[in-house]
Write a protein that binds this ligand. Structure first.
Ligand code: SF4
Length: 233
């Protein structure tokens, strides 16, 4: 008598749900958190320095440090010409002031050599990869800082991958868990249409801050739970 083969695990396991597409994520997270429209926030050099100041501290502290810097020094030339101790004193609320003040002056010195008028508006008209290469060839400027300048100051579709974007993307299975953040910039950016980049960045940050926390993510309240593979949790 013919025996019926036992169904294999393969045939009984439900297929994994496909990951959310960027446009689905944006729609769902916009619904949950709302989103301010994109607009150029500041001059490129301002954004460069603000991003440098934001390393290893909160937005509040870096914002305060930036405010004190531009209050104390009326021009970028004045920041560059000042004794480093004075710059250090101005940016103290941003933390790591001795290191950041030195880096800031090194960065400004190189920008001044290349663009004495401090106008980086020409990056708007360059092919995106060339604009990234120009910025990342400045001292201390990595892919995240370059993307912040391009996205926020120049409205170019470059994706900054900060700690929230990286964590949420990995948990959702959009990039491999072990992929370094520097590589994730290009991989994630390639999945997005240019007009999705700003929304994706802002929405994933909101989601990381408010729901998908580094420790204790609130999966039971998450609108993405149904198709989230929760990679690494
Ligand atoms: S279900 Fe959990 S791990 Fe997945 S995105 Fe939501 S909060 Fe993050």
């Amino acid at each position: 008598m013919a025996t019926r083969a036992k169904p294999s695990a393969k045939t009984t396991t439900a297929p994994a749900a496909p990951p959310w597409t960027p446009s689905e994520l944006i729609r769902i997270l916009d619904d949950r958190y709302g989103r301010a429209p994109q607009q150029a926030s500041a001059a490129p050099v301002f954004e460069l320095l603000l991003t440098l100041l934001s390393q290893h501290t909160s937005d509040r502290n870096s914002g305060q440090a930036m405010h004190r810097l531009i209050e104390r020094f009326p021009t970028w030339d004045a920041v560059l010409a000042a004794p480093v101790r004075e710059v250090e004193d101005a940016i103290r609320p941003g933390g790591l002031a001795p290191t950041k003040s030195k880096r800031m002056q090194e960065l400004l010195a190189e920008v001044k050599v290349r663009k004495p008028d401090w106008d980086l508006g020409f990056l708007r008209g360059m092919p995106l990869e060339d604009a990234k290469a120009w910025l990342t060839s400045l001292p201390g400027v990595g892919p995240k800082t370059a993307a912040c300048v391009l996205l926020f100051a120049l409205e170019r579709p470059a994706l900054p991958v900060d700690t929230h974007v990286e964590r949420v993307s990995k948990r959702l299975g959009l990039v491999p868990l072990k992929m370094p953040a520097d590589k994730a910039h290009a991989v994630l950016e390639a999945t997005l249409e240019p007009d999705e980049v700003y929304a994706f960045h802002v929405d994933l940050i909101q989601h990381g801050r408010r729901t998908c926390h580094a420790r204790g993510p609130k999966c039971d309240e998450c609108p993405l739970e149904a198709r989230c593979p929760k990679v690494g949790l």
